[in-house]
Design a protein around this ligand. Structure first.
Ligand code: ADE
Length: 253
């Protein structure tokens, strides 16, 4: 996977992405990440890349020409026109299934706006996807690009040490991940669940699946609507829910 980030703040994304697991994958040659400074493509004497909005209003708007020129220079260098993802709170909210489909691409361009955004004509000309990381407004698209790159990268074979964990973790099957424990066996009087010490793999697998189901119901019940539960698991959840209700009643008495 080759990521190309169009930004006015190249050091912000490069510093953030060259560390930890993503940095190691870059060193291993599984990923490449480049930040392209939009400012390098302005033809204006003083290096301006923004101007006041037509029609008035607060702030500055990034001009179309340097943004388009940066993308065209990249396309010429690559000999192809990769997908351009524009980071905007107006976009579709990024999720695990979008990440899975983007992980199939060979090259991805992340376009990061700043100030009051980018001239609409540049977006019309080069953008293929409008993506958001949630219903809140940030000062620019760099953090959203870093979030998406991190999420997409861990789905690429070889990026994580153990490829299975990318699949089993939270949101696999639309369920949250089960709780994890490591040494010591007792911490502040709290024991690791007995089943995890049993060495009984089938039982451990069943316990983890049940924990995932209960946890999803407690914390993200919206996800359960599209989770694939077996009939047996649905029954388990119902009896667990009624047990919870009983416990709540007992506490109120
Ligand atoms: N730019 C500013 N806020 C954003 C958000 N929530 N998601 C993506 N890009 C953004």
């Amino acid at each position: 996977m080759n990521y190309h980030i169009l930004t006015l703040f190249p050091e912000m994304v490069m510093d953030g992405l060259n560390t930890s697991i993503i940095g190691r994958a870059v060193n291993k040659g599984i990923l490449s990440i480049e930040a392209i400074n939009i400012r390098d493509f302005t033809k204006e004497k003083h290096g301006h890349v923004d101007d006041a909005p037509y029609g008035g209003g607060a702030g500055m708007v990034m001009q179309a020409a340097p943004v388009c020129a940066a993308y065209e220079a990249l396309c010429e260098r690559l000999g192809k026109r990769p997908r351009v993802l524009y980071m905007t709170p107006q976009g579709k909210v990024f999720n695990q299934s979008i990440a899975r489909s983007l992980a199939e691409e060979e090259d991805l361009v992340f376009l990061c706006g700043h100030y009051e955004g980018i001239d609409e004509r540049a977006l019309e000309i080069i953008v293929s996807d409008y993506l958001s990381i949630g219903d809140y407004v940030l000062t620019g698209g760099e953090l959203p690009a870093m979030v998406m790159i991190d999420c997409i990268s861990r789905l690429i074979p070889g990026v994580l040490n153990n490829d299975v964990s990318a699949e089993i973790e939270s949101f696999h099957d639309n369920l949250l991940e089960y709780p994890q424990y490591t040494r010591p066996e007792i911490y502040e009087g709290r024991r690791v669940p007995e089943v995890l010490l049993s060495g009984h793999h089938k039982k451990i697998e069943q316990w983890r699946r049940e924990q995932s189901i209960c946890r999803t119901w407690e914390r993200r019940p919206d996800l359960l609507k599209t989770a694939n539960l077996t009939e047996k698991e649905k029954l388990f959840l119902e009896s667990w829910k009624s047990l919870q209700r009983e416990e709540k009643k007992d506490l109120q008495l």
